[in-house]
Design a protein around this ligand. Structure first.
Ligand code: CTP
Length: 420
């Protein structure tokens, strides 16, 4: 089972309120939900809870100062965030999928509203483009002051989600509004902002990825260039959205996403067999692989020694997997193809959509920068059976994967019953 925050990077900002003692339980909840958590504390917060507490719970260094010292035996923040380079505040801000400031004092709320950046956390928050959740905790008079009220209004207008404090006994002994909201409630609010919709629950999605390799002799092959990144991203996103996922892949350097059933193949014929074996059970097939269209007519059992200046390799056509699927699929099964083209991208893709009887085709222009194999980004045009064409901006392959899955769900009319 995939965890709701699997693969998500969360920055938890802790500021100097007595409610900071509740922040460790937020870390525990976020980590159990699968998030990578980097805690950033203000100087004042360290008077209430030690960085060591957060470091132990998150397994990651805690940042207090703009100039953090390296420590042995504990992951650096940039490792948790998947960035091998030395951390800079802007990098942390860019890498984060979500920021939570809990507890948030009147001071940090004021700084956020005013754009003040005078320590690591406040600087971070100004630089962030991800969703931000703020959970205030303070004395009732501060909470009800015009200054804090107006600052919170400013933040809300900018899209910051405020988890309102509860009414209860405060540190001062007074009863009033200002108690940090329940940690479960804070985490649920945060999750709703970034956790993917569970719109593929109960569906089986089969994704093909990577190249196939057709042997010439025991040490050589011909094949297509494909890193497999697009297919792996599709498998990862489909799992995150609740699907049961089978990933059929040729040789790649990638680790299988958590929660997928991995089927490794080498040749187009093996990929064909693997796809046809899954066909009766699948709800959605996404053919992101680049299967070789031809294979050598004969495979030498021994290594071919070099000889003449020229040699001719006779090739024979491989089966087209999607054409075979077309004739064996049943009603209601969704089929998505890819088309990597160098010329007449949309027209060629439309031709393949029709010939292969696809519900959706994702066309890539191999000539564009930031598209195609090896790249971490993609520039795609998605064309549906209905004819609607959607030209996507350059975006990460994960983001493209999410758009493809959303379009497939819409094209197949699965949105209504949600697959629950
Ligand atoms: N495909 C397939 N079986 C093959 C080759 C390709 O199922 N033997 C699938 C790919 O996974 C992709 C789609 O068909 O989803 C289009 O692949 P592409 O290589 O662009 O197209 P081809 O049909 O092979 O046409 P061409 O190479 O002539 O452009």
């Amino acid at each position: 089972m995939s965890k709701p925050l699997s693969g998500k990077k969360v920055v938890l900002g802790v500021t100097g309120s007595i409610a900071a003692f509740k922040a460790p339980s937020l870390v525990t909840r976020l980590v159990s939900a699968g998030a990578g958590v980097v805690v950033v504390m203000t100087e004042n917060a360290t008077r209430f809870v030690t960085p060591l507490t957060f470091e132990t719970l998150s397994g990651t260094e805690v940042i207090v100062s703009m100039w953090p010292e390296r420590k042995a035996g504990v992951r650096n923040a940039e490792e948790t965030l998947g960035d091998a380079e030395r951390l800079k505040h802007v990098k942390l801000a860019l890498a984060a999928d979500l920021a939570i400031v809990a507890p948030a004092t009147a001071n940090i709320i004021g700084k956020m509203a005013g754009g003040i950046a005078d320590d690591f956390l406040s600087t971070e928050l100004v630089a962030m483009t991800c969703p931000i959740v703020v959970a205030p905790a303070m004395n009732v008079n501060m909470m009800e002051s015009d200054a804090v009220g107006e600052n919170l209004e400013i933040l809300k207008r900018r899209g910051v989600v405020v988890v309102e404090p509860e009414i209860g006994r405060l540190a001062s002994g007074a009863i009033g509004r200002g108690r940090l909201a329940d940690p479960d409630h804070i985490v649920e609010t945060a999750m709703a902002l970034v956790a993917p919709a569970q719109d593929l629950v109960g569906r089986t999605v089969v994704v093909t990825a990577g190249p196939t390799e057709e042997p010439i002799d025991p040490v050589r092959h011909i094949g297509n260039r494909s890193s497999g990144k697009m297919g792996f991203a599709l498998a990862e996103r489909a799992v995150a959205r609740g699907a049961g996922v089978v990933l059929i892949s040729g040789r790649t350097a990638l680790d299988p996403p958590e929660g997928v059933r991995m089927v490794r193949v080498e040749t187009t014929s093996q990929m064909r067999d693997a796809v046809l074996a899954e066909l009766p059970e699948l709800d959605l097939l996404v053919m992101a692989a680049a299967p070789a269209d031809y294979r050598p007519a004969t495979v030498s059992e021994r290594k071919i020694k070099k000889g003449e200046e020229r040699m001719t390799l006779e090739l024979v056509r491989n089966d087209d997997i999607l054409l075979e699927v077309r004739s064996s699929k049943r009603e209601g099964q969704g089929i998505v193809g890819f088309a990597l083209e160098t010329d007449d991208v949309a027209a060629n893709a439309r031709g393949k959509l029709a010939d292969k009887d696809l519900d959706l085709i994702v066309a890539n222009d191999a000539a564009l920068e930031g598209a195609g194999f090896e790249s971490d980004t993609n520039v795609a045009t998605i064309i549906g059976r209905s004819g609607a064409e959607e030209v996507l901006e350059k975006m990460s392959k994960e983001a493209v994967a999410d758009v493809v899955l959303t379009r497939a769900i819409a094209e197949l009319g699965w949105g209504a019953d949600g697959g629950e």
